[in-house]
Write a protein that binds this ligand. Sequence first.
Ligand SMILES: Nc1ncnc2c1ncn2[C@@H]1O[C@H](COP(=O)(O)OP(=O)(O)OP(=O)(O)O)[C@@H](O)[C@H]1O
Length: 258
Amino acid sequence: MNTASPLIAASRVSQIYAGRDGSPTWALRDVSLQIGRGEFVCLIGPSGCGKTTLLHLVAGFVTPTSGTVSFAGKPIAGPGPERVVVFQEYALFNWMTARQNVEFGLRTRGLGRKERRELALGALERVNLRHAADRYPHELSGGMRQRVAVARALVVEPEVLLMDEPFAAVDAMTRQALQEDLLRLWQEIGISVIFVTHNVDEAAFLAQRVIVMGAHPGNIRADLAIDAPHPRDRGSAEFAGLYAVVADALATHTRRAS
Ligand SMILES: Nc1ncnc2c1ncn2[C@@H]1O[C@H](COP(=O)(O)OP(=O)(O)OP(=O)(O)O)[C@@H](O)[C@H]1O
């Protein structure tokens, strides 16, 4: 990572929510993190450790209770096309075709109809879905819908993709295909990716760096460099080693005090 000029920098960030009984919930406490351009980072940790909160702070959906989150050296003040989110559920509009869904990402650009259409078709081509441009979401498989969601995110040419368990709702084989596609796109485009997952295999397969988070309060417990080239072979001894490193860190750093 190029620590001299991080793309994203969180500095002593805390996020407190009011619990049902009025007591504070520290979704994040004193989190500092730097992410460089082009990095592929996975956030992993148990439920409630603040992974989504951290992603939403970078997306600009929420502002931290204290501390700062900056992008390219400037404090993040709200959402922006340079930071787009891909959600777990297929957040597509059912009444729009795949192409229209992708075009929706361009609605604020002031582009002409033809240009919007061409950009959308180009983005669908990137995810191998050009042929399905005129289909509606209910005519697509779960994996295809998630590809459309990725195309809609990429069409605005963001600098970072923020992915919140994007492949959790599809079957295991589709999930692996989507992971391979994502790595290909990441390598082709040179974009940064922050990817939330609960899945050790997914983190070991994708990430250059795995941030292990723990809950109560939500914070960073370990920051692991996964120093192995892509593509990674799940059947290899090297991959078994990477898996073990992530699994051990998760077990060690997120164990609850008994
Ligand atoms: N809007 C909110 N209001 C109140 N509490 C919230 C809100 N959003 C999150 N929290 C709480 O903050 C903590 C962190 O939530 P967050 O969703 O960021 O965790 P997570 O690691 O993404 O969890 P999961 O893996 O289950 O999605 C949890 O205790 C959660 O209940």
